[in-house]
Design a protein around this ligand. Structure first.
Ligand SMILES: Cc1cc2nc3c(=O)[nH]c(=O)nc-3n(C[C@H](O)[C@H](O)[C@H](O)COP(=O)(O)O)c2cc1C
Length: 214
């Protein structure tokens, strides 16, 4: 769908998901992430960049699992995560929009929980490439988990945490043959509606990930 059509639909509150391709299963058990792959950190930093052209190809499940673990998975026995969190509130949830449905990443279970049985990739942003790339991540802050954070700081702290997750994704992409772009040009109400979010949940950013267009 073109950006212009999306802008028009968004203005009317009509930016809606597509029916899903394939069966949306209630839970996807992810294989164990590969914590050793990729390329040296300094090379990944050298290669980090935003891309806006994606192949239609989906990610194999092992690669998706490692991507999500790198993004914000559990990397310590005390439950600590790959991205920092102010006061360890762990307020960011990572949603994954796939052709088969939209899922919530559960780092403890290493699984994806179905939240919407439709393809809502196109709802995750105004730019046209978001519809066809392998997946779009959506970073959502749950303000209910930030009771200890001063109210005036909650949005900026959550945005900083989402930014750290996004950079993990950039570096993972750089080291694993993927491309990505973080995006703020999004219709937050449309995304919240499509994901069925509650009042305490705030859509912060979206990030497209996929194989590069050849
Ligand atoms: C908070 C934030 C929001 C952004 N929003 C968008 C966006 O909506 N669409 C987009 O194509 N790029 C977006 N970008 C990516 C920037 O355009 C990109 O990082 C910048 O042009 C520098 O290019 P580079 O990432 O390749 O170094 C965003 C970046 C940040 C940090």
């Amino acid at each position: 769908m073109s950006t212009l059509t999306k802008l028009a639909l968004g203005a009317m509150g009509q930016l809606r998901p597509k029916p899903s391709r394939g069966d949306a299963v209630p839970k996807i058990a992810l294989p164990a992430p590969d914590r050793t792959g990729g390329i040296p950190l300094m090379e990944a930093i050298s290669k980090r960049r935003s891309a806006r052209e994606f192949a239609r190809q989906e990610l194999p499940l092992p690669l998706l699992s490692s991507l999500l673990w790198a993004a914000d998975g559990i990397n310590r026995s005390d439950g600590g995560r790959t991205a920092p969190s102010a006061m360890n509130a762990q307020e960011i949830d990572v949603y994954v929009a796939l052709p088969s449905g939209a899922y919530l990443y559960d780092p403890s279970a290493n699984a994806l929980e179905l939240v919407a049985g439709s393809d809502l990739r196109r709802v995750t942003g105004y730019q046209d490439f978001v519809d066809e790339a392998a997946l779009d991540l959506v970073y959502v802050a749950d303000h209910g988990r930030m009771k200890l954070v001063p109210v005036a700081s909650r949005e900026s702290f959550a945005s900083a945490a989402a930014g750290a997750i996004a950079q993990n994704v950039y570096l993972f992409a750089a080291g694993n043959g993927l491309v990505t772009v973080i995006r703020a040009w999004i219709d937050r109400d449309a995304i919240a509606g499509a994901l069925g979010l509650g009042h305490d949940q705030q859509v912060l950013l979206s990030q497209t990930v996929g194989f590069p267009k050849s």
